[in-house]
Write a protein that binds this ligand. Sequence first.
Ligand code: GH3
Ligand code: MG
Ligand code: MG
Ligand code: MG
Length: 348
Amino acid sequence: MAILIVDDSSDSRLLIEYILKSAGYTDVLTAESAQEAFNLLGMGNSRSDETDFDLIVMDIVMPGTDGIEACRLIKEHEHLQDIPVIMVTANYDIDNLQSAFSAGAMDYITKPLNKVELLARVRSALRLKHETDRRKAREVELLARVRSALRLKHETDRRKAREEELLEVTRQLEEANQNLRRLSFLDGLTGIANRRHFDEILLNEWNRAVRDAMPLSLVILDIDFFKNYNDTYGHQTGDDCLKHVAGCLSGLLKRPGDLAARYGGEEFAAILPNTDMQGAAAMAEMLRSGIEALQIPHASSSVSAFVTVSAGVASTVPLQAGSPEELLAAADKALYQAKQSGRNRVVL
Ligand code: GH3
Ligand code: MG
Ligand code: MG
Ligand code: MG
């Protein structure tokens, strides 16, 4: 509890200091003029080494700057505003008191000083100052809490936004990956399985057929006189024709496990798991007649007015010792014979 006494009369200063110190207030400083008080309060110069006062007891009548003007000047400083000022006046003068209060004074005492009165007023001024300080500290603390809560909220929001962004990027990446995977085993023109996927599935089905001792069949189909078709209708129409044929094949191969693939330029293949030669022959004939039934005009074919295919069929109950290549070679050989023997037909 630091108290500042400002009075031009040394008797008065000493008396007030004595009363306060004997009441237990040890931290008491004195000034004999307003200017000296300003210096002790750190007004106008750097505030580094000034005392934090809790109360000012100030004489009104002083040479130079009087107590009322000094009070007004002190109250202009934000960091000094909360220090209560008790005015000391020798002659009870109502006008002086009014201007003292409007200058920001909190209370007054009259000379000659009464010890009990002085201590009572000092105590109540200090209690008020203490309460003000505590209220301000609570406000500062509350403000700090609100600030830190807001900061936390802001950070949480930002983290959430970042997480959502990350999630979205991950989702897009997965989608792109899936597309890539899908594209890597689909033929770009016809949208059915490509050669790579065909080879993979054929090997899988081969191994499964070995394990289950079940038959596995293969059909290879080749469009008849397709070079002529391109020459007659153009490459673009040729592409359209390939798409129609592919769509027809995959539409007819409905059994689960069946696979239609584009095997080469105008060659297609069908894998028929758990299918023997008889079943495969029937399926091949169904595919051949299905394509013929599309009735895609083919003016430069020697065997039909429409686009037709020749088909070679091979079937086996695979053994561990064999390989899918043997089945492929057999189907190829049958296809060659279908071409040789007049086209638009199925050869086993
Ligand atoms: P064959 O009856 O003996 O099978 O006679 P072909 O004319 O069908 O056989 P050839 O092997 O002589 O010709 C195949 C043609 O298929 C030649 C090639 O330009 C065409 N071709 C291959 N791939 C494509 C393609 O992706 N689009 C188009 N439009 N034509 C293709
Ligand atoms: Mg005086
Ligand atoms: Mg060919
Ligand atoms: Mg051909």
